[in-house]
Design a protein around this ligand. Structure first.
Ligand code: SF4
Length: 306
């Protein structure tokens, strides 16, 4: 098999990691590269293992997304999803990740088995807090079924489904821009791209939505007025359908190009995508480090409260 090459690319999560902490960005996209191999150097193996850690909020987001993905696949295959069964599925997924994490099955296969931040670094949440989080996940599923677009999805034919959680990309000046819309549907002459969120709205969401519109235009050859982006904050019961204009898409592409330039400016060699750890400074704010999955490797000298 040909050896995998660490190609430079852009994604919204890469952009956010770069903005949050340069060192974290290095660990995530360079230091951990190859760490999946048993023969990789120990630092890369450690970083690869650490980057798989998720906190409970992220784990809830994953369980909700997985369950909605399964619901959509059921609809596409002509079955009628049950909200009760969907809640049970979320419960099962959360229980599974909790017991995998507790049992430390991730030590041998960090990509396959969950490792929760709360188990690894602490502190462990109170049981009331865990109940609250579980209830939040159930609420997200209930609100998905209550979305005003649900009947539209439910009544769609299999051929109307364009993608369900598919990782895809488009080219921007020679850089691969990765996108993963949660769901895409073609109905009544319009292309709908859906994004489910279990967290709060942020200013950064606008860039992601414009990115989806740019992707849909390239992938399906559709003009901006034929695209609708639906963003559903399932935790807050807020959902909105947006049209992204051609100038807004251009603005987003400009901002992606600027982000690419900032990332590349720290590389020692752009052509080979080579980076050195010393060019990616650590943050000074230890409150951010306290929540960081890489803190064991990055700040071994600091004892964080558990
Ligand atoms: S521990 Fe702090 S400095 Fe190190 S990668 Fe994480 S956020 Fe950045």
């Amino acid at each position: 098999m040909a050896e995998l090459k660490n190609e430079f690319s852009w994604s919204k999560s890469r952009h956010e990691t770069f903005d949050e902490c340069r060192r974290k960005y290095f660990y995530q996209y360079y230091g951990s590269w190859g760490g999946w191999s048993a023969t990789a150097p120990e630092p890369a193996r450690q970083l690869y293992r650490l980057k798989q850690i998720k906190n409970l909020h992220l784990e809830i987001g994953t369980a909700v997304h997985t369950t909605i993905e399964e619901i959509l696949r059921e609809i596409r295959s002509g079955r009628t999803p049950s909200p009760t069964a969907a809640r049970e599925r979320v419960r099962t997924l959360l229980n599974q990740s909790w017991s995998e994490s507790r049992g430390e099955r991730w030590r041998d296969e960090p990509k396959r088995y969950s490792c929760l931040f709360e188990h690894y670094y602490g502190p462990m949440p109170e049981s009331e807090r865990i109940d609250e989080l579980r209830a939040k996940a159930f609420g997200c599923i209930d609100r998905f079924f209550a979305l005003r677009w649900y009947p539209l999805i439910r009544e769609s034919r299999p051929e109307d489904f364009l993608s369900v959680e598919d990782l895809d990309s488009f080219d921007l000046g020679g850089v691969r821009v990765f996108v993963k819309p949660d769901f895409a549907l073609r109905r009544d002459g319009l292309h709908y791209l859906f994004d489910w969120k279990t967290g709060k709205a942020t200013e950064r969401d606008a860039l992601q939505l414009a990115c989806y519109a740019a992707f849909a235009g390239r992938k399906w050859g559709v003009a901006p007025d034929g695209i609708r982006i639906v963003i559903a904050y399932l935790g807050d019961a807020v959902a909105d359908e947006r049209f992204i204009s051609a100038p807004e898409i251009q603005e987003a592409l400009k901002s992606i190009n600027a982000s690419v330039e900032r990332m590349r400016s720290l590389l020692v060699d752009v052509a080979s995508n080579a980076a050195r750890v010393e060019d990616f400074p650590q943050l000074d704010d230890l409150r951010v480090c306290a929540r960081c999955v890489f803190r064991e490797a990055c700040r071994p000298e600091h004892s964080f409260a558990r």
